[in-house]
Design a binder for this molecule. Structure first.
Ligand SMILES: Cc1cc2nc3c(=O)[nH]c(=O)nc-3n(C[C@H](O)[C@H](O)[C@H](O)COP(=O)(O)O)c2cc1C
Length: 212
């Protein structure tokens, strides 16, 4: 299947170093809010997180961003999952967003640390009961013999724990990505896109233009 003719024209907006200013994370929040406001973007907080294994083989998957802090982003997952184990071995990760209706991409790199147990508990409690059960019964990234096996485990757990307050499993919680680099990409005419890369050096942001 050839996709040679799949191409789109980008002409919605432009981006300059001056617009970003001296705090690229504030600018990221501005772009994030634009994505939130767009009724064509269903999950603006869906981000692709890439990790590498001990042989330097990369893997990517989508997770949901749950908090933007002054210098970091937070998402939640199973610490025993493939990504969880890879992060344990190499905490350097890349998280990226693509918001097609805005013709914008953001690529963020940095180092990840587990959030505090207390913070993970608070978020776990805020999840719907069914999602809490899902996190408890699913050994994320492990091979299962059938979907029914998982569903039966879920139904059994649900029946046995109806109306009870569930405890967060220790192997499920938050990861906080401390941002060291952010690249903003705005699609432009003739593939002459705007790219600005921002690096945090000695607690100060350095902004540079990149060729598309
Ligand atoms: C829209 C979307 C949102 C997702 N959100 C999460 C999430 O917040 N946390 C998570 O662990 N997995 C999430 N997933 C599932 C992951 O993409 C992935 O399948 C899972 O985390 C296992 O990844 P791993 O085996 O590479 O560790 C989401 C998937 C999609 C498509």
């Amino acid at each position: 299947m050839k996709l040679f003719n799949h191409r789109k024209f980008y002409d919605k907006d432009s981006l300059s170093v001056d617009e970003i200013g001296d705090n690229p994370i504030s600018f990221f929040i501005k772009w994030f809010n634009d994505a939130e406001k767009s009724d064509q973007i269903i999950e603006s907080n869906a981000m692709t997180v890439s990790t590498v294994d001990i042989n330097n083989h990369p893997s990517s998957r989508v997770v949901l961003l749950k908090e933007i802090k002054d210098k970091s982003l937070i998402f939640f997952t199973n610490y025993n999952s493939k990504k969880g184990k890879e992060i344990e071995n190499n905490p350097n990760i890349c998280a990226s967003f693509y918001w097609p209706p805005l013709e914008r991409q953001v690529i963020i790199k940095g180092i990840v640390k587990k959030t505090s147990e207390h913070y993970s508990d608070i978020y776990f409690k805020s999840r719907p009961f069914q999602s809490q059960v899902g996190a408890i019964v699913s050994n994320q990234s492990q091979i299962i013999s059938s979907y029914d096996e998982l569903k039966n485990r879920y139904d059994k757990f649900l029946k046995e724990n109806e109306n009870s307050s569930l405890k967060r499993p220790k192997h499920w919680g938050g990861f906080e990505l401390f941002i060291q680099e952010i690249e903003f990409w705005q699609g432009r005419e003739s593939r002459l896109h705007n790219r600005v890369i921002c690096n945090l050096i000695d607690d100060k942001w350095s902004l540079k233009l990149l060729s598309p």
